[in-house]
Write a new protein. Structure first.
Length: 144
C-alpha cells in the first residue's frame, strides 16, 4: 500500500528555513525517516509543491486511487478554499486525511490560528516537529 505525504509552499526550504520554528531536518530527511518507520510493503510517496494547482491535482489523484493522505498545506492551510474543496472529496470518498504541521500554529501569529482544511480532515497533528508526520503515518498504518 501507499501513503501520500503532500507538502505545500516553502516546505522544500526545510533545513534552512527558520530552523528555530521548523527544525533543522530537510524534507529529504523526513522522507527517509518516514520510509524507515513503515513496514517494507508500505510506500511513502512524499511530494512538495509551491503550486496550489499541483497540490490539488495530487489530492484528486488520491481520491481516484483511494490513497490515504498526510497533508502539510503550509500557508495554504489558512486561506486556500480550493485546497479545502479538493480535500472535501477525500472525506466524501471516506479516504483518510491527516493534516499535519511542524509548528503549533495556535501559538503563533493570529492569521495562523485558522485552518480552512481542518473541517474536512480526519484529524490534525501539530507542534511536534517532524514527529507530527510520524504520528500521522503511524495512525494511518493502524486505521488507513
Ligand atoms: C506550517 C505552519 C504554517 O502556518 C506555515 O505557513 C507553514 C508551515 C507548519 O508545518 O508548521 O509553512 O504548516
Amino acid at each position: 500500500s501507499t501513503i501520500l505525504v503532500l507538502n505545500g509552499p516553502n516546505l522544500g526550504r526545510l533545513g534552512t528555513r527558520e530552523p528555530e520554528v521548523y527544525g533543522s531536518e530537510t524534507l529529504d530527511d523526513i522522507r527517509a525517516s518516514l520510509a524507515a518507520s513503515v513496514p517494507a510493503d508500505v510506500e511513502i510517496d512524499l511530494r512538495q509543491s509551491d503550486d496550489e494547482a499541483e497540490l490539488i491535482g495530487w489530492i484528486h489523484e488520491a481520491v481516484d486511487r483511494r490513497i490515504p493522505v498526510v497533508l502539510n498545506p503550509a500557508a495554504f492551510t489558512h486561506y486556500s478554499y480550493a485546497l479545502r474543496d479538493a480535500a472535501a472529496q477525500l472525506k466524501q470518498a471516506s479516504v483518510p486525511l491527516v493534516e499535519v504541521h511542524l509548528s503549533n500554529p495556535h501559538t503563533r501569529e493570529t492569521f495562523r490560528h485558522t485552518s480552512v482544511i481542518s473541517g474536512v480532515a480526519t484529524g490534525v497533528i501539530a507542534g511536534f516537529g517532524s514527529d507530527s508526520y510520524r504520528l500521522a503515518v503511524d495512525w494511518l498504518l493502524r486505521h488507513g
